[in-house]
Design a protein around this ligand. Structure first.
Ligand code: ADP
Ligand code: MG
Length: 245
């Protein structure tokens, strides 16, 4: 038996990915504990999305292992398909199904009978404060509202771990902090473990319990946000944090 409190929701060990002879992800290891938001933070092109795609199972590492709730889901010989990894996904392009109502969008990934589905959908729509939109269609909603529905949809099946790749980057700059805060409230209310990818130090400082700082495919520093902010590992890390907004 694995202990649900001390077993990481996600653990990746020594993940490496080579594209065209270049190590784009280089010996990356990290863990996400239950209820925690771990942020994979680094400049554009450093290998964040590749790492996330490998965890999601839509790309394959060259070396290393991935565990969800203590269970191996992928190494170089063995591979659980993406839909059976208990992973929730949210990317910048979070496209809802345009032909489905909000209710059907959120219900999409939920298993079980009709009344269970309905109850779960209502619970989530309440959490994202959009119960009033239950019968609407995506095109009737603002960008921020669609984003909240996408969050509800991703959380609906109760994934063990949520992977979020720059989920706020398509949104109006003035709304971002409000949406970050309300997203974090929902994630905490659902007690979901999250691996959040961003290139914005401000976003990591605002949302993360733990930051893994990535550069040129490698994790160069890992720890609590304020430790990383106050004691950056080198000049480059300090410069990266210096233009925090
Ligand atoms: P980030 O998400 O941090 O911006 P990515 O993981 O998207 O970085 O990309 C890391 C590097 O890998 C980049 O130099 C990118 O051009 C390269 N890369 C990503 N995907 C591929 C691919 N399928 N084939 C070749 N190179 C790729
Ligand atoms: Mg990316």
């Amino acid at each position: 038996m694995t202990d649900p409190v001390t077993t990481p929701r996600l653990e990746i060990r020594n993940i490496t990915r080579v594209f065209e002879g270049r190590e784009v992800v280089s010996d990356v290891s990290l863990t996400v504990m239950p209820g925690q938001v771990t942020c994979l933070l680094g400049p554009s092109g450093c290998g964040k999305s590749t790492t996330l795609r490998i965890i999601a199972g839509v790309d394959m590492q060259d070396t290393g292992e991935i565990y969800v709730d203590g269970n191996l889901v992928c190494d170089t010989q063995f591979r659980v398909p993406p839909e059976r990894r208990s992973i929730g996904l949210m990317f910048q392009d979070f496209a809802l199904f345009p032909h489905l109502s909000v209710e059907d969008n959120v219900a999409f990934g939920i298993k079980g009978d009709k009344s269970n589905k309905r109850a779960r959908v209502r619970e989530l729509l309440e959490k994202v404060d959009l119960l009033r939109a239950i019968d609407k269609y995506p095109h009737e909603l603002s960008g921020g509202e669609q984003q909240r529905i996408a969050l509800a949809r991703a959380l609906a099946p109760r994934p063990s771990i949520m992977l979020m790749d720059e989920p706020f980057s398509g949104l109006d700059e003035r709304l971002k902090d409000d949406i970050r805060d309300s997203t974090l409230d929902v994630l905490k209310a659902e007690n979901t473990a999250v691996l959040l990818v961003t290139h914005e130090p401000h976003e990591a400082m605002r949302m993360a319990d733990e930051i893994a700082l990535m550069r040129d495919g490698k994790i160069v520093q890992q720890g609590a946000p304020y430790n990383i902010y106050n004691a950056p590992v080198d000049r480059q890390a300090a410069a990266f944090f210096s233009d925090i907004n």
